[in-house]
Ligand binder design. Structure first.
Ligand SMILES: Cc1cc2nc3c(=O)[nH]c(=O)nc-3n(C[C@H](O)[C@H](O)[C@H](O)COP(=O)(O)OP(=O)(O)OC[C@H]3O[C@@H](n4cnc5c(N)ncnc54)[C@H](O)[C@@H]3O)c2cc1C
Length: 438
């Protein structure tokens, strides 16, 4: 029950919030030139860049969590290829030195008064604000969850509390259906719901259980993947490996005591289907961060309403946004955050000089589609869904080198490059590898 209680206390990334922050709160200064709300991938990397631009004493980050996680590696944690411990470091260790860490939760943003209110009742004012609050997981929108996670045979790579349950369910698999889901909402890293399917297939083959398994991917989407070039390769793989893909199927209920999952057919309202499972991987519905949604900064759907070219807020010019909390019309990934940090850094430096931002974000995002324990298809694309590949090779092909990039190189780039404000995405390398042509 303790794990379940923690899951109920989850904030958007699924990271439990520690209640022990009083000392830091008591000393919180009340005004900052640059206030960053959210200390995840976008928040920490922008605070490192803002420290360089404005000096540490002028920057503060509001973030309640004691731990900072590199979420992309949870795909491999759920498949037993990495440990959960390797995915996390203390927030204190990633906070740029000298930058003020306000260990609280933002409760309200008031852009008309340039203030933010925290859950301990403090008010912090700012001259400039960067919103980096991520998105909200909604396990509770599926009937039977999150309490269903108390049962075995079910897991989710999407939260720190449930990712190891995926690995346990996979190891315990004997025979029957292994079911993987994709919800009827926008998600972060849209490839992750199916990456764990390919890894599970590989694991069951390795352990001699594959003949006794039906592997089923039930997705709400009308496609396997949004970008045709990569979807074509993935369709070849699912056919070769005998993986069953059912489109427009949305998980609405889990009866964990009976190991049953209920799906609705999105093309035939009211039609439902019950699937028995021996293993279930749930990708939860997701939505806007609730603080953003409840503020004047939101668009109609609740996402932070920013200019897609320069990440400046559309109505409040001293407010900027980055990452999963925004309405940028691109896939929500850490790779997108990296590219956005370089753009946002340039935008803010121009705004501070009363100049017009001139660097334009092309929507670059990337999804390393892990297709086994040693292969990856490295999908990279832009706002228009056009491939924007870094390497001068066909990245729609499964490659070992790309697996090493995902498993070994990218975590280093994250901890030592992105979070220190030194990595702004592979754009310059792409230009170099393509002799300036891309
Ligand atoms: C299973 C999985 C696999 C993934 N795979 C990949 C991948 O292969 N490649 C890739 O590029 N990306 C991947 N991602 C996506 C990537 O992790 C996210 O897109 C990225 O972390 C977004 O960064 P962010 O700063 O917008 O949000 P986050 O990193 O989620 O940070 C948001 C921060 O805001 C804080 N916060 C929330 N609410 C409040 C509040 N009220 N007050 C104060 N702080 C608050 C949170 O504590 C958190 O620290 C994956 C994600 C998951 C879960």
């Amino acid at each position: 029950m303790a794990a379940l209680r923690r899951l109920r206390q989850c904030h958007p990334t699924g990271i439990a919030i520690s209640p022990f922050h009083t000392a830091s709160r008591a000393f919180a200064k009340q005004h900052y030139k640059m206030l960053v709300v959210g200390g995840g991938s976008g928040g920490i990397s922008m605070s490192a860049r803002m420290k360089r631009m404005l000096g540490a004493e002028n920057v503060a980050v509001v973030e309640p969590s004691e731990m900072h996680y590199y979420q992309p590696i949870w795909t491999l944690v759920g498949a037993g290829a990495k440990t959960l411990t390797s995915s996390g470091r203390s927030t204190a260790s990633v906070m740029p030195s000298g930058v003020k860490w306000v260990k609280s939760k933002v409760q309200e943003i008031n852009p008309d008064t340039n203030t933010v209110r925290t859950d301990d009742g403090n008010e912090i004012s700012y001259e400039y604000l960067i919103v980096a609050l991520g998105l909200q997981l909604h396990f509770e929108k599926i009937k039977g969850l999150p309490e269903g996670f108390e049962h075995p045979k079910i897991g989710s790579n999407y939260s720190v509390q449930t990712v190891e349950k995926t690995w346990k369910a996979l190891q315990d698999f004997k025979e029957g259906n292994a079911v993987f889901t994709f919800p009827n909402t926008p998600v972060k890293c849209a490839g992750a719901p199916q990456k764990i399917m390919y890894l599970s297939d590989a694991f069951l083959r390795k352990t001699g259980k594959r003949a006794k398994a039906n592997i089923i991917y039930n997705t709400s989407l009308p496609v396997l993947f949004g970008i045709k070039k990569y979807a074509d390769s993935l369709w070849d793989i699912v056919k070769q490996r005998d993986l069953q893909v059912n489109l427009r199927q949305n998980l609405i209920e889990v009866r964990a005591d009976k190991q049953e999952a209920v799906f609705e057919n999105l093309d035939k309202p009211g039609e439902t289907k019950v699937l028995e499972y021996e293993m279930l991987h749930v990708t939860p519905p997701m939505g806007p961060n609730l603080v953003v949604q409840g503020s004047p900064l939101a668009d109609e759907a609740g996402w932070l309403d920013v200019n897609k070219d320069n990440l400046q807020h559309k109505r409040y010019p001293n407010v900027f946004g980055i990452g999963d909390c925004t309405n940028l019309p691109t896939a929500k990934t850490g790779a997108a955050v990296a590219a956005q940090t370089a753009i946002l850094n340039s935008t803010i430096s121009k705004v501070l000089k009363n100049e017009k931002p001139d660097k334009i974000y092309d929507g670059y995002t990337s999804c390393p589609l892990v297709t086994s324990y040693n292969t990856v298809i490295l999908a990279e694309f832009d706002y228009n869904g056009q491939p924007l590949e870094t390497f001068p090779i066909n990245q729609a092909k499964e490659r070992r080198t790309m697996y090493h990039m995902k498993a070994d190189v990218m975590p280093h780039l994250y901890w030592h490059g992105l979070l220190r404000g030194l990595w702004g995405g592979p754009g310059p390398y792409r230009k170099l590898f393509h002799l300036g042509m891309k």
